[in-house]
Design a protein around this ligand. Structure first.
Ligand code: AMP
Ligand code: ZN
Length: 114
């Protein structure tokens, strides 16, 4: 893992952060700059640079990421729906180079996204 990766440092506990979920494969935190009433980042403990680095061998990890996002959405009472986003690269708006799903909800989302 890159020594300077913010989310790896959170995963290892080197940077303390309140985790809204943690298991042996993934963890989730509330975004520091929320774009919706619920804005949670769900990500693998192990470093993956972005969705561009995923292969079919990552199927169990992807299943877990989506299942945890659904669990948190239910726990936060997002009964009207929610959105999952994963930004990739500069054009996708990715600012932290460690794969994460943005779980957004609690307000009506626009389309297309900015
Ligand atoms: P992205 O721009 O898609 O790579 O998403 C990175 C997200 O990480 C942004 O929404 C940031 O607000 C969020 N973020 C950056 N630093 C922190 C932090 N220390 N704690 C929680 N979220 C953070
Ligand atoms: Zn990392």
């Amino acid at each position: 893992m890159p020594a300077d990766c913010l989310f790896c440092r959170m995963a290892s506990g080197e940077i303390p952060v309140a985790k809204v979920h943690e298991d042996e494969m993934v963890f989730a935190i509330r975004d520091i700059n929320p774009q919706a009433p619920t804005h949670v980042l769900v990500m693998p403990l192990a470093h993956v640079a972005s969705a561009a680095a995923l292969t079919e061998a990552d199927a169990p990890l992807l299943a877990r990421l989506f299942a945890v996002a659904a669990e948190i959405a239910a726990r936060d009472g997002l009964d009207g729906g929610w959105r999952l986003v994963s930004n990739v690269g500069p054009d996708g708006g990715q600012t932290v180079q460690h794969l994460h799903l943005h779980l957004l909800g609690g307000r009506r989302m626009g389309w297309p996204p900015g």
